[in-house]
Write a protein that binds this ligand. Structure first.
Ligand code: GLC
Length: 821
C-alpha cells in the first residue's frame, strides 16, 4: 500500500477543517515498454495471476508462484495440484525454496509460501506475456525465477538464478517443489481419494523425476477423456548438479507442517524418498556455494511425458541456461508480435496500457481457455462453451487470424443440422457428423447468433471471402457451406418464434438466469436476429445471391414489425416475455424494470436510430450506469420467485442480479459510439477498464490489468469489488469496442476504415495497425475537439473524402493522416 499524501488540517480562528486527501492504494505499476505488470507489494488483496503456455499446455501462475499446470484441459489433463479457494491463498504452486546452511534460515523465492516479514523481504513479480518473473532480495541473497513454456513444448521451463550480494561466502541449497495429482482428472484427484491415493508411482534417477499415474494401464492418446489410463509427467534439472530428491509429499513437508516450513527445507537436506501411492511431489536439492558477488543459474523443466523419454529430451534440449534464455526471448517476442498488431498512443496512458498489452493478451488467454482454467474456474466448465467461444474469436481475429479460421471451423462444426448448436465443444473429443444433437429443451436461443458477429469479422480482417463457400460438416449430420451454416442459424430462430413473433428464449438467451420457458420470447435475441438478417443480406449481396438477399430483407421486415408492435415499453425496450405472459424489463414491474442488453443491441443492430436510439441510451445512463460500470438490470430481484429468474439466488447487486456484468460493458460503449457520443463511450470505458483502478486497487481488489466477469453494483455493500478475473467475454468486447469503435480502426472488405469516436478532450491520437500483413501508421487529428466524424484522409499528397482507405492504396509501412471534422 502506498500513501501518496496524508490528510491536511486547516486551522482557522473558529474551526478546524479536516480534508482527507485521496489515498492511493497501489500494489504495482504498468511497465509498458516491457509489456509487464510489476507487482512491488506482494500483499495484494487477492492473488494476482498470469498464464503460461498455449492451447495445448497451460499453466496458471500467481504472483506467489501458486497455481497448477495442465495438458489440453484443466479438467481432464490437470497433473499438478492447487487447492482452490483455500486458506492460505493460492497454494501449492511451483516453488523454489532457499536454505542457508550457515544459519539454517530458509525462505522461498516467491514471498509465499514461507512469507518472511515484508520489511525484510523484497519481492517483485513481473507478469509478462506468457511468462512470469519473480525475484526476491533477502539476507544478502538475490534470487529470481522466470517461468515460461517454450514454443511448441509441453513442458514448463523455470530459469533459476541466485546471487550472493553479501560480503561473505554463502553455502546454500535450493529446493524445487510441485505437488502432483493422483489422476489427471481434476475432480477425481480432489474428491475420489479412496482411489487416487493409490494411483501415483514416483521414481527418481539422476536429474530426472518421473510422476506416473495408473502406470500399469496402457496409455490411450486417442482417447483423452478416459481417465483410467497410464500417464507420466517429469521434472528435470539442467545446468546444475542435484544432490538429492524427494517425491513423497509427506516426507518432504513433515507431519503437521505446511508449505511455509517443510521439514526437508528446514533441515536443508533431502531424504531421497519415492512415493508409491499417497501424494507425489517433485523436489530436487541443488546445492549452491557462492563467493561474494558470485551468481549461479540453472534450469528446471516440468511437463508432460515420461522422465525416460520426454524428460531426457527436454533436459538435453535445454542443457545450458543460454538455450533456455533464447527460448524465453522467443516466447516473449512471439507474444509481443501477436499483440502488437495494433499499437496506440493517446492522451490517456492507462488506455494505452490496456490496448497495447493487456487487453489483447487477455483476449488470447480467454480464447485459449474459455471459462475452464483460472483460480476460480477449476476445470468444472470444461471445453469451449458455444456462445462464449464464438464471441471470444472476435477479440483475437486481428491477432491470430489463421488460428481463428481453424477455431471458427471447429465451432461451425459444433452447429447441428437444424441450425442450433451443441452447448459445449471439446476440441479433443469432438467428432463432427457423429455427435448427438441436443434434446429440444437443451438449446440456447443465442448460441449460433454470435456467428454473425464473428464470421464476418474474420472475413473482413483477412479478406478471405472464399471462407463463406467452405463446406463444413454439422455436428450431427450433413454439411453446408459457411454461408449455409449462417442460413441455418437464422432458420433455427425463425422456426422458433413465439406468440408475439419474437424468438423463443429456449433454455437461455445469453442471460443464464432468465427462466423464460420454452415458449417465452426474448427481445434481446430479436435484436440479434435482426442483426443476423442484416448481416446475412449484406453477405448475400456480396456473394451475388440475390434470392437470399431478398429472403433476408423480407424476414427482416417481419421481425422489425414484431419488435415495433410488441417490444417497446414506453421509455425503453422490454427484455423478454415469459411463456406465462409475464414481462421482464418493464417499468410496470417492481424488480428488473430495465435491462441493458436490449437497449444496447437495439442500437448495435441498427434497429434503434436517432430519437429512439437517444431515448434508450438516456434510459441506460439514467437507470443503469454507475461509477464502476453499467448494471445488467435494475432494481435487483429479491421477491421474484427464483424459478422465474434464477438471479434471485444471488445477493442484490451481484452478477446477473443487477450486478455490473462486464461482458456487456463493451456493448454500452459500442452503442454510444455508434450514435457519435465519444464522451459517454469513453466514460463507460474508463468505468470498466481494469487499469483505471491501478491507484485504487482496493476497490476492485483483483488484478488491475485484467477484466473480470462481474463487479458488484451499487445494490451491493461491496460496490466496485470485482470477481472472476481473466476469463470473460468482457475481454473481447472491451478490446473490440475500444479498438473498432472508440479508435474506430475497422477492417472492411473494401479497405481499412478509420472512423474514431473519441472523447472531445482528445486532440487526436496515433496508432499503427497490422492489416493483411501491411503495417499502416495512422495519425488522427481532432482540430475542433469533436467526438466523431471524419472530414478527410491524407496520404502523401492525395486527399480522400470520408473515412475509408481503399485496398488499392494500402501499402506496407504507409503513413496516413486522418482529419476529423
Ligand atoms: C456467464 C456465461 C455466459 C453467459 C453469462 C450471462 O458469463 O459464461 O455464457 O452469457 O454468464 O449469464
Amino acid at each position: 500500500m502506498a500513501f501518496n499524501s496524508s490528510p491536511i488540517f486547516l486551522f482557522s480562528a473558529y474551526v478546524i477543517i479536516f480534508i482527507p486527501l485521496q489515498i492511493v492504494m497501489r500494489f504495482g505499476f504498468f511497465d509498458d515498454e516491457n509489456k509487464e505488470y510489476v507487482i512491488t507489494n506482494p500483499e495484494t488483496p487477492r492473488s494476482w495471476t498470469n498464464y503460461l503456455g498455449s492451447t495445448d499446455f497451460g499453466s496458471v501462475i500467481t504472483n506467489h508462484a501458486g497455481g497448477y499446470s495442465f495438458f489440453r484441459s484443466a479438467a481432464q489433463g490437470r497433473f499438478t495440484r492447487l487447492r482452490f479457494n483455500s486458506i492460505p491463498m493460492d497454494q501449492p504452486g511451483r516453488y523454489i525454496y532457499l536454505h542457508d546452511h550457515e544459519n539454517k534460515d530458509f525462505w522461498s523465492n516467491s514471498w509465499q509460501p514461507v512469507g518472511k516479514p515484508v520489511d525484510q523481504f523484497k519481492s517483485v513479480c513481473r507478469h509478462g506475456t506468457g511468462y512470469t518473473k519473480i525475484s526476491a532480495e533477502y539476507s544478502g541473497i538475490n534470487s529470481e525465477v522466470i517461468y515460461f513454456v517454450p514454443e511448441g513444448k509441453h513442458y514448463e521451463c523455470w530459469i533459476v538464478k541466485v546471487k550472493n550480494d553479501s560480503d561473505r561466502f554463502r553455502k546454500m541449497s535450493l529446493f524445487t517443489y510441485v505437488e502432483y495429482a493422483g489422476n489427471w482428472n481434476a475432480q477425481d484427484d480432489q474428491v475420489n481419494l479412496q482411489y487416487t491415493q493409490y494411483t501415483v508411482k514416483m521414481t527418481a534417477k539422476g536429474n530426472l523425476i518421473d510422476h506416473g499415474t495408473n502406470v500399469n494401464l496402457p496409455s490411450l492418446p486417442e482417447n483423452f477423456e478416459e481417465k483410467d489410463q497410464g500417464r507420466h509427467t517429469f521434472m528435470g534439472v539442467a545446468g546444475a548438479l542435484v544432490k538429492g530428491f524427494d517425491t513423497d509429499r509427506e516426507a518432504f513437508i513433515g507431519p503437521y507442517r505446511t508449505y511455509a516450513n517443510p521439514l526437508v527445507v528446514e533441515r536443508g537436506e533431502c531424504g531421497n524418498t519415492e512415493a508409491a501411492g499417497d501424494n507425489g511431489c517433485g523436489v530436487f536439492q541443488v546445492p549452491v556455494a557462492l563467493q561474494p558477488g558470485e551468481e549461479k543459474e540453472f534450469v528446471v523443466l516440468m511437463g508432460v511425458g515420461s522422465a525416460e523419454k520426454e524428460g531426457a529430451e527436454a533436459v538435453a534440449t535445454f542443457d545450458t541456461v543460454e538455450k533456455a534464455k533464447v527460448a524465453f526471448e522467443e516466447v516473449k517476442n512471439n507474444w509481443h508480435r501477436k499483440i502488437e498488431s495494433l499499437w496506440v498512443k493517446t492522451p490517456d496512458a492507462s488506455f494505452d496500457s490496456m490496448i497495447n498489452t493487456w487487453s489483447p493478451y487477455n483476449c488470447l488467454i480467454t480464447y485459449f481457455w474459455s471459462r475452464a482454467a483460472s483460480l476460480i474456474y477449476n476445470g468444472e466448465r470444461d471445453g469451449l462453451g458455444y456462445r462464449d467461444s464464438v464471441q471470444d474469436v472476435m477479440g483475437t481475429a486481428a491477432l491470430i487470424p489463421s488460428e481463428v479460421r481453424e477455431r471458427l471451423i471447429l465451432m461451425l462444426s459444433g452447429q447441428v443440422a437444424n441450425g442450433g448448436a451443441i452447448p459445449v465443444v471439446k476440441p479433443y473429443a469432438h467428432f463432427p457428423g457423429q455427435m448427438s444433437a441436443p434434446k429440444a429443451e437443451e438449446y440456447r436461443s443465442d448460441d449460433a447468433m454470435w456467428l454473425f458477429n464473428a464470421v464476418p469479422l474474420y472475413v473482413r480482417e483477412t479478406g478471405d471471402v472464399d471462407f463463406y463457400q467452405l463446406d463444413i460438416p454439422f455436428a450431427d449430420q450433413g454439411s453446408a457451406t459457411v454461408f449455409g451454416h449462417l442460413r441455418r442459424a437464422i432458420e433455427f430462430n425463425l422456426d422458433r418464434l413465439g406468440a408475439h413473433g419474437l424468438p423463443c428464449g429456449l433454455l437461455a438467451d445469453w442471460n443464464d438466469c432468465l427462466e423464460l420457458g420454452q415458449k417465452g420470447e426474448t427481445v434481446f435475441v430479436a435484436f440479434q436476429l435482426r442483426y443476423a438478417l442484416k448481416v446475412y443480406g449484406e453477405i448475400a449481396q456480396m456473394l451475388k445471391q440475390e434470392a437470399e438477399q431478398t429472403w433476408a430483407a423480407e424476414q427482416l421486415a417481419v421481425i422489425d414489425k414484431n419488435i415495433e408492435d410488441h417490444a417497446w415499453d414506453g421509455e425503453w425496450f422490454l427484455r423478454a416475455f415469459r411463456d406465462d405472459g409475464m414481462k421482464f424489463g418493464t417499468n410496470e414491474a417492481e424488480e428488473g424494470k430495465i435491462f441493458l442488453n436490449p437497449q444496447a443491441w437495439s442500437v448495435i443492430s441498427e434497429y434503434a436510430q436517432e430519437t429512439r436510439a437517444e431515448q434508450v441510451l438516456v434510459a441506460v445512463r439514467k437507470q443503469l450506469a454507475t461509477d464502476h460500470g453499467i448494471m445488467v438490470c435494475t432494481p435487483p430481484f429479491v421477491k421474484t420467485d427464483y424459478r422465474v429468474v434464477r438471479a434471485t439466488l444471488m445477493n442484490p447487486g451481484m452478477k446477473e442480479n443487477a450486478g455490473i456484468f462486464n461482458h456487456t460493458q463493451g456493448w454500452g460503449i459500442m452503442a454510444e459510439a455508434m450514435v457519435g457520443n465519444g464522451d459517454q463511450a469513453y466514460e463507460y470505458f474508463k468505468a470498466t477498464s481494469p487499469a483505471s483502478y491501478n491507484d485504487q486497487a482496493e476497490i476492485r481488489q483483483i488484478e488491475p490489468y485484467v477484466v473480470c466477469q462481474s463487479t458488484h453494483s451499487k445494490h451491493s455493500p461491496r460496490f466496485g469489488a470485482s470477481r472472476v478475473p481473466w476469463l470473460s467475454g468482457a475481454a473481447t468486447w472491451l478490446y473490440f469496442s475500444a479498438t473498432q469503435h472508440i479508435l474506430g480502426v475497422r477492417p472492411q472488405l473494401e479497405g481499412l476504415e478509420v472512423n474514431p469516436c473519441i472523447p472531445s478532450s482528445w486532440d487526436g491520437f496515433e496508432c499503427s495497425r497490422l492489416f493483411r500483413d501491411k503495417k499502416i501508421n495512422i495519425k488522427v487529428q481532432n482540430p475542433n475537439r469533436n467526438c466523431s466524424g471524419v472530414s478527410h484522409i491524407v496520404i502523401g499528397d492525395q486527399r480522400i473524402e470520408g473515412s475509408l482507405i481503399p485496398n488499392e492504396l494500402l501499402v506496407d509501412q504507409m503513413e496516413i493522416l486522418v482529419v476529423m471534422k
